[in-house]
Write a protein that binds this ligand. Sequence first.
Ligand SMILES: Cc1ncc(COP(=O)(O)O)c(C=O)c1O
Length: 484
Amino acid sequence: MYYDKLIFEISTKDRKGYSLPESTIKNYDLPDTLLRPDCPGLPEVSELDVVRHYTNVSFKNFGIEKGFYPLGSCTMKYNPKINQDIANLPGFANLHPYQPLDTVQGSLHVYYETQRMLSEISGLDTFTLNSYAGAHGELVGLMIMKAYHESRGDTKRTKVIVPDSAHGTNPASATVAGLESVEVKSNLDGTVNVNDLKHVLDDTIAGIMLTNPNTLGMFEKDILEIAKLVHQAGGLLYYDGANLNPLLGMVRPGDMGFDIMHINLHKTFSTPHGGGGPGSGPVGVTKALKPFLPKPVVKKEKDGYTLDGATDLTIGQISHFYGNMGVVIKAYTYLLTIGKNNLSDIAKFSTLNANYIKESLKDDYLLPFKGICKHEFVFDGLIDKSTHVTTLDVAKRLLDFDMHPPTVYFPLIVKEAIMIEPPENESKQTIDKFIEVMKQIAKEAKEDPDLVKGAPYNTVVKRLDEALAARKPVVKYKDLLDEA
Ligand SMILES: Cc1ncc(COP(=O)(O)O)c(C=O)c1O
């Protein structure tokens, strides 16, 4: 049986978890239509029952606060508590989006200042904070790209170039934006093949989407030439900012020639990524593309901030109100606490950590792309393939050592991909421990491959039958009970 009791199952009649003072509000006669016929079916439990129940549930999960989380391309870094504390201040947390503007000037100031800081970091003219995630930012950016070409009567430009190492959201966003994606092959080191690129550039190309450093952690060294070629062909450059961490304070996408970009606040600027929590994917653009930004646009006027900055060329409204305010406040706090002069430490330490792990493990794991990487890199499984221990087996075995597995089998161009990303705030001790465990797994794979193939052993749920889980997923509690 791999479930524990639900809070409803430990409910005991008339047990209470609260003691409220006697109500001083008199009873009102309400019409029957407003009254529920029965009591709500809430669990009847004591405070201790509740605390123990949810504490035990939380132990079953793995998070950045429990252990090392080297999730490639996702920047699962620690989110300092002060960021959350500031976002929880009643003045922020209790705001209503329909409040009169003169009562939310402080929040609009935070919005405006965050936009300004992101512009300075990225080298782009201005930002909208309205989009909810990286993928959403991509869609908004591509809608802006499309609207720009259409506004000039250039309606032939219906294709977007996407390298074969790109994240799956890139071609997906292109399709949703009504553009066709055209794939270009990578060089052996994972960077864009400029010759291949030249062949696809013509007057039907709306632009190119690039992640720099790419999903293999390699910096696109030909970026200036790529930018020149794309611009000469009349296209625009879109920067997927998921991997911005190692560039902070070092180089800026705007200076590389990018016209549009998104930043994942929930990766680079410390809101934890994953688990379906709220995210934010601000989109930055050059001055020429500013008129196309989605509305509302926060504008600074003489007497304060307004939301009337949008022009007639706007792509319209792409979110409820103005995006995920809480995530923006956390990013703003993070940026202020780090400080402008220390920003580049993030880039330097995350790059150092990745290269240290890469060099320490390259005699056990196959390194397809040599050379200095940025914040992440990719192994192609174990060097010794004779053991038949796969990347999936290694990932599962890591769980037994209380470490979250890296991203596996992505990017698709590396068959047995293990993509490792140790963020800047991990200590040398933690990183050394990870290296030691990875080496031990490589040794086990040689000496006792079945041990690795059977992992994990110490987790709540053991090795799943992946095919069965995909074909017959148990997604309802009732089905789980029937199974048990
Ligand atoms: C390179 C890259 N681009 C885009 C995305 C999409 O970002 P989001 O998950 O915020 O939609 C990711 C997400 O993990 C990514 O790694």
